[in-house]
Design a protein around this ligand. Structure first.
Ligand SMILES: *Cc1c(COP(=O)(O)O)cnc(C)c1O
Length: 344
């Protein structure tokens, strides 16, 4: 088996998770009759201090449904230019929501409050009205950086002052919670809508949730059906998510330790800043990303090539201590100009 560091989406359900899935009670969720989906939605909403949640087939759908409940056609969403919601979701905000977006480069996804304040436009029949701001935490292209809770509180104050909504792309909010020790409900309470992923570090095979007020989630249910995201006996998948919430959050600390180990080993080659790794992502800047990716693959280590010079490593529950050490061995050998095979 290769050591697969391409993404935490590659995790496979554990035996215990599969057993829980096999036992799940199910019903027709489009009729609202799947008890396991209903339980998951209830539990997730409570975790984040919200009234309701909606089980979605993917994080992109959860994000886009949230954006559509906050911003109608012609409304403007502000976010950083590397945010998943604008870079990796196929232009869905424009294609399906008619939502206008405005972005700007940031340092690792940290939205500067004064910059956001300067960007917000009230509209008024001529200017495009800013209606929502999206924050990604942890930030994927930002190298898994955790956005500090103090910064999020200042954004909330600004949003209240200027009457705009705040969306949290919390695909990896679990990692932020484990890294910073901030309770999930404290994150949740600062945002009007939250999306969370069950199928990344938490290890469920499929599933995300859009979390908000009862009223917004009712609207979201209509949008989900419109997008073709209504699922039937989805309790089998929802039970995987319930199992993940119970058993796979605190263990993310292991993934963070593995990412720090990788970064500490690779930093001496000048390809990353070891101190910058806060969760389960390590971004490397190398002379030739494609060449490094191909050579690592030859040696049984899979990485993501995100640009001509950018390589991303993501640790997760299917990479253990031994896998991490194997990746350290292969990557340090390649970066020092040798091949791991020649050494072993
Ligand atoms: C993975 C991810 C998503 C959702 O991706 P899907 O593949 O659609 O589930 C959303 N936001 C961020 C930051 C992500 O990394």
């Amino acid at each position: 088996m290769p050591v697969d560091l391409r993404s935490d989406t590659v995790t496979r359900p554990t035996t215990a998770m599969r057993e829980a899935m096999a036992r799940a009670e199910v019903g027709d969720d489009v009729y609202g009759e799947d008890p396991t989906v209903n339980a998951l939605e209830h539990e997730a909403a409570e975790l984040f201090g919200h009234e309701a949640a909606l089980f979605c087939p993917s994080g992109s759908m959860a994000n886009q449904i949230a954006v559509q409940t906050l911003a109608g056609p012609g409304g403007e969403l502000l976010c950083d230019s590397d945010a998943h919601v604008v870079t990796f979701e196929g232009g869905a905000a424009a294609a399906y929501g008619g939502v206008s977006t405005r972005t700007w480069p940031t340092r690792a996804g940290h939205l500067d409050v004064d910059t956001v304040a300067a960007f917000i436009r009230p509209g008024g029949g001529y200017a495009v009205p800013t209606v929502a701001v999206a924050v990604e935490n942890t930030h994927n292209l930002g190298g898994g950086r955790v956005i500090p809770i103090a910064k999020l509180r200042r954004l909330r104050e600004l949003a209240d002052e200027r009457a705009v909504a705040l969306h949290l792309d919390g695909a990896r909010i679990w990692n932020a919670h484990v890294a910073d020790g901030v309770p999930l409900h404290e994150y949740g309470e600062l945002f009007d809508t939250v999306s969370v992923c069950l199928s990344k570090g938490l290890g469920a095979p499929v599933g995300s949730l859009m979390i908000s007020t009862r009223e917004r989630v009712a609207a979201a249910r209509v949008i989900r059906k419109r997008l073709g995201g209504g699922m039937r006996q989805a309790g089998i998948l929802a039970e995987a998510g319930r199992h993940a919430l119970r058993h796979h959050i605190t263990r993310l600390a292991e993934d963070h330790a593995h990412a720090k180990r990788l970064a500490a080993a690779l930093a001496p080659f000048g390809v990353c800043d070891a101190g910058g790794v806060q969760s389960n992502i390590v971004v490397l800047t190398v002379p030739d990303a494609a060449a490094l990716g191909a050579a690592a693959r030859e040696e049984g280590v899979l990485v993501s090539v995100l640009g001509p010079r950018l390589v991303r490593l993501v640790t997760h529950m299917d990479v253990d201590d031994a896998g991490t050490e194997q990746a350290v061995k292969v990557l340090t050998s390649l970066l020092s100009g040798g091949t791991a095979a020649a050494e072993s």
